[in-house]
Design a protein around this ligand. Structure first.
Ligand SMILES: [Zn+2]
Length: 284
C-alpha cells in the first residue's frame, strides 16, 4: 500500500512537469520551426497565413492553459464543512487514493481535502475534479486535444516541406518512427528530425486520449454521475434530465465558456448537503 501511494505521489509531481515541458516544446516548435518554414516571409505565402495560424494556435493554447489554471484555481473541495472530521462510510473500501465518507463526499489522500461530488484525481493538474471545476476540466481536455491535433497537422506539413517526406500513403505514419529511428543510428536522420517524428506521435496520442476522455466526462455529466460513483457501482437515485445536468456544470452562459476560460456558473451554493454526520474517529 505504501509503495503504491508513493507511486501516486510521484506521478502527482511528475505529470504537471511533463505537461509544462510538452507545452514549452510545442510553443518553441511552432514559432521557431513550423511557421517560419511552412510560411516563409520571403516566399509567395502571404503574411496573412502566418498571422492566421498564429492567432488560431494562440487561441487554442490560451484556452487550454486558461482552463488548466481555472481547474486549479477553483478546486472541488467541500466548501461548507472545512472543520468536519472525515468519517468513513460503512461501504468505504479504503481505496488507494481516497476514502468514501458518510455524507456522500470523498476524502482525497493526495489532495488531503474533503471533496464534494468527486469525479477523479487529475495528476496533470495535481487536483481533484469535482463539482466546481468539472467544466474547466472538460474544456481543458477539449482544447488540449485541439492544440495537439493542430500541432500534428503543422508538424506533418513541416516534415513535408523541410525533409520532403510524403504522407500521401496512409501507411507512412505507421512506418515513420521505426524507419526514422533506424536512420538516426546510421546517421541518415538528424536528431531534430527524429525528435519531431516522436512529437507527432506524442501529439496524436495526447490528442486522441483527451478527446476520448472528454467524451466520457460529458456523458457522465449528462447522466448526473461521477467516475467515483461508477467505479463503486453506485446508481444515481434522482435522475434529473440530461439538460439540467449539463446546465448545472456548464452554466446558463455555456456558450461563452466554450470560447473563453471564464466562470459561467456559481457553484459555491451547490454544496447544500445537510450536515447530519456523526462525529466519530476515522475508521481506516
Ligand atoms: Zn485529489
Amino acid at each position: 500500500m505504501f509503495a503504491r501511494m508513493l507511486k501516486l505521489r510521484l506521478l502527482n509531481a511528475v505529470a504537471p512537469a511533463y505537461f509544462f515541458a510538452a507545452t514549452a516544446v510545442t510553443f518553441i516548435l511552432h514559432f521557431c520551426f513550423f511557421l517560419p518554414t511552412i510560411f516563409p516571409s520571403s516566399g509567395e505565402s502571404p503574411i496573412g497565413s502566418t498571422l492566421l495560424h498564429t492567432v488560431i494556435f494562440l487561441f487554442l493554447m490560451f484556452n487550454a492553459l486558461g482552463n488548466y489554471t481555472m481547474t486549479i484555481k477553483y478546486p472541488a473541495e467541500s466548501a461548507n464543512d472545512p472543520v468536519v472530521i472525515p468519517v468513513c462510510s460503512p461501504d468505504c473500501s479504503d481505496r488507494i487514493d481516497a476514502h468514501y465518507l458518510l455524507n456522500g463526499r470523498h476524502f482525497c489522500k493526495l489532495c488531503k481535502k474533503v471533496i464534494f461530488k468527486r469525479d477523479h484525481h487529475c495528476f496533470f493538474t495535481g487536483n481533484c475534479i469535482g463539482n466546481r471545476n468539472m467544466r474547466y476540466f472538460i474544456m481543458f481536455c477539449i482544447y488540449t486535444s485541439c492544440v495537439c491535433l493542430y500541432s500534428l497537422v503543422l508538424g506533418v506539413a513541416f516534415l513535408t516541406v523541410e525533409y520532403s517526406i510524403s504522407f500521401e500513403n496512409p501507411l507512412t505514419f505507421l512506418t515513420l518512427l521505426p524507419i526514422s529511428t533506424g536512420y538516426f543510428f546510421t546517421g541518415g536522420v538528424s536528431g531534430l528530425q527524429l525528435f519531431l517524428v516522436i512529437m507527432l506521435y506524442v501529439w496524436l496520442g495526447i490528442g486522441l486520449v483527451c478527446a476520448g476522455f472528454c467524451c466520457q466526462q460529458v456523458l457522465l455529466v449528462a447522466r448526473g454521475q461521477t467516475w467515483c460513483q461508477l467505479q463503486r457501482g453506485a446508481l444515481v437515485k434522482t435522475r434529473s434530465p440530461w439538460r439540467s445536468n449539463l446546465r448545472g456544470v456548464f452554466g446558463d452562459r455555456w456558450g461563452l465558456g466554450l470560447l473563453l476560460p471564464v466562470r459561467t456558473v456559481e457553484t459555491d451554493s451547490d454544496d447544500h448537503t445537510p450536515h447530519s454526520i456523526i462525529q466519530r474517529p476515522h475508521v481506516h
